[in-house]
Every structure is written in C-alpha cells, then in structure tokens.
Write a protein that binds this ligand. Structure first.
Ligand code: ATP
Ligand code: MG
Length: 379
C-alpha cells in the first residue's frame, strides 16, 4: 500500500517512519520541482509525478501551501485526502476566516485589507495594536508585521504598498493579550469517527513554536468541550479526513481560534512518545481507511523544538525519558532542525527533566526552557 505526500520535509519524513511498521510505503513530492523523493533519505526516485499519483492508493499533504497546478492535478485523481477544499481553507486566511464566521466560531477580531489606505479604517475598528498577516504563504511567523502604535503606520504603509494586495490580501488582526496558546490535534476518518488528543499548551517565541506541553495544565471540562466542539464543527463542515490541528488563544474561559492546519502539526509531535498512537500513524490510518488508533496519553510530555541550532553531542539522552528526533536538514537561522520529546510521569518530574536538559543546551536557542521548568514545578 503506498501513500504519496505532497511536500518532502520533516512531516513527510515522520509519516514515512510511522508508516513503515504498518507496511505502508510513503513517498514524497518535492513541490519545488515535482520530483519524487524518498522522504527519509531525500534521494530522488526515478518515477514521474503522474506515475507516482497513479500508483499511490492515496495522496495527502504535509503542508498547505501547495502550488495550484499540483493541487489541481492531484484533486483530479480523486485520491486526495484531506480534500482540496480543506487544504485551500488552511492555506488562505481569507477563506479560513470566512469559514469560521459562517460556522459562528469565535476567532480573533479582524479586517480584510486589499489597499494600504484601508489600514486607517482597520485601526478605527480594531485599535492601533495590530498584527498584519499575508493571507497566503505565511508560516512560523513569516509574512507577518506588527504595528505597536500609530506612529509606525507610515513606514508600514510604505512597506506594504510594495505587495500586490489584490492578489494576496492582508488579514489585519487585533493584537490580543491572551492568557496562553493551546491547540487541539485530532483525527477524523471517512466514516466521521473522531479521535481527540488532549489539548497541548504551546509556547511561542518571536512568532515561532518553541515548546508544547501535553496534556496542557489547568484544563477543565468546559475548555476541553469547547475545543472539541469547535474541532467537530470544522471537520464536519469540511468532511475532513486525516489529522487536523486547531490553534487557539485562551482568553479567560473562552477559546478563540487563531488558525487551522489541515495536516499533522508541530504541536502534535509529543504524541510520538506521549500517546498510544502518534499523530503521524493516525493520519496514515485515517487517509488509508484503516481503523483509528487510540489517542490515549501514556506519559506527560514536553516537545521542545531545536531551532536554528547546529548539531550537538547527544549526552542529554542520558536523561530518563529523553528522545531526540533529528531531521537531518542543513542548518539555517530559525530553521526547525529537530525536536526533543521529554516524557515523565507527572508535571513535577517533567520539570526536573527540563531543568536537566537545560544544562546540555545553548540557552540562546532554547529561551523558554528555564521559565517553563519553574512553572511546571508548581503542579
Ligand atoms: P505557525 O506556522 O507557527 O503556526 P503562522 O505563521 O501560521 O505560525 P500564526 O499562527 O497566525 O502564524 O501566528 C504566529 C504566532 O504569533 C501565534 O502563535 C501567536 O503567538 C502570535 N499571534 C498571532 N496572531 C496574534 C494576535 N492576533 N494577537 C496576538 N498574538 C498573535
Ligand atoms: Mg500558527
């Protein structure tokens, strides 16, 4: 049984690793040149895109920003899961906002801007503290600008005037002061069954995810239900098949949707060691029509991204419950190079393990760890 993944980065790699024990062969498409590659070795496979699609039982994606022509070709094969509509919704903030509004799902107050001068009206509506997001092709905080106060507006307008806002409109959002960020990763199969992982708590630094703690601390039944209801509404309206991630801002007892990701998600990497079935395996099971695996938590887990940091010695593996996933990519500033999953029996033990890990790592690349260890020690 073979699965073709559009995109050949670490998410395709982790799908391939998860598929192997099930006898699922995963190949990837490098969307820059449509070459077929092995997602682990990255070696080019001698096979055309058309043949790879024809031979695959199902085609899925590791990210949402798929070139239009490629998405159309795969859509036409009737093998794409999740659907092109779901992928396009995750790839375009205007579509995403329209869906959230249509379904009556609480999200961050926003305006759609297609001309820089509309920014004045946006400020009147939303206030002067804004976060401005390109509606397409943004990730990890790229394609975003922040307005702290009105004095920065002329410079920002000059900068944004260089972009084609008719082609790629801006979503201008009110800068919220939320309590924290959480996300729900869950999987839905063709029959409509859904298996939820617990909410994960996500710590960002300069617009990028650095740490996820799962299960999130201090989640009551009400928050959990809110998140699951929102997920169910979105997944049902898109007739979604596969893993879907929903990112939330928590304001008091209310969850506001930040964005959705129609794929396996960085805030779900903890499931590789912390849950009975990891998100990658569950995604493959769903798109391949196999029974979903249990999403039960087995360990309290911290997922710690390794960002922009060159290779290092592996001595931290002496810490009990410490697992390294190294993606084998060429280092670049702010590039995700790998992640740790650190597992423990409870938050206190996890706090101790994070403190131990800090001793092995250069602090400049892991700015959130010390404070997070101190916070978790209170539970
Ligand atoms: P990623 O690929 O990491 O999910 P992204 O580029 O798709 O990021 P967002 O998730 O929209 O972009 O934003 C990145 C981060 O910036 C958020 O996780 C949050 O920390 C912060 N952020 C985004 N929107 C707002 C907002 N309206 N108010 C306050 N902070 C925000
Ligand atoms: Mg995000």
């Amino acid at each position: 049984m073979s699965i073709l993944v559009l995109g050949s980065g670490q998410l395709a790699r982790m799908m391939a690793l998860a598929g192997h024990p099930l006898g699922l062969t995963v190949q990837a498409v490098d969307v820059a040149d449509n070459k077929i590659v092995d997602p682990i070795s990255k070696n080019v496979v001698n096979c055309s895109l058309d043949t790879a699609i024809e031979e695959a039982n199902v085609v899925t994606v590791e990210f949402e920003h798929i070139p239009e022509a490629l998405l159309e070709t795969v859509h036409a094969s009737n093998k794409l899961k999740p659907s092109a509509e779901a992928i396009l919704t995750g790839a375009d903030r205007v579509r995403e906002k329209k869906l959230l509004e249509k379904l009556g799902i609480a999200n961050c107050p926003f305006s759609i801007v297609t001309e820089v001068d509309q920014l004045d009206a946006a400020i009147d509506k939303l206030g002067e503290k804004l976060i401005i997001k390109a509606s397409r092709d943004g990730y990890d905080g790229y394609g975003q600008w922040r307005l702290k106060d009105k004095s920065q507006l002329p410079d920002l307008k000059r900068h944004l005037a260089k972009l084609d806002l008719n082609e790629v409109p801006l979503i201008v959002e009110k800068m919220l002061s939320f309590e924290r960020e959480v996300s729900l990763v869950a999987v839905r199969n063709q029959a409509g069954d859904i298996a939820f992982y617990p909410l994960a708590e996500n710590l960002h630094y300069e617009g990028q995810l650095h740490v996820s703690i799962a299960p999130a601390t201090n989640i009551d039944e009400d928050l959990n239900l809110q998140a699951q209801e929102i997920f169910t509404k979105l997944a049902e309206s898109l007739d979604y098949v596969g893993v879907l991630a929903v990112e939330f801002f928590q304001m008091g007892q209310q969850l506001l949707v930040n964005e959705i990701a129609p794929r396996v998600h960085n805030s779900g990497h903890w499931t590789m060691q912390g849950a009975e079935t990891c998100q990658f395996e569950n995604h493959l099971r769903a798109v391949r029509g196999l029974p979903l695996g249990s999403t039960k938590v087995t360990r309290t887990t911290a997922m710690i991204n390794i960002i922009g940091c060159k290779d290092f010695n592996r001595d931290m593996l002496s810490i009990p419950g410490c697992h390294l996933h190294w993606y084998g990519k060429t280092p670049r500033v702010k590039r995700k190079m790998g992640h740790f999953n650190l597992c423990a029996d409870n938050y206190k033990e996890l706090s101790k393990s994070i403190q131990a890990l800090v001793e092995y790592l250069p602090e400049e690349f892991f700015p959130m760890l010390k404070d997070e260890a101190a916070r978790l020690a209170q539970f």
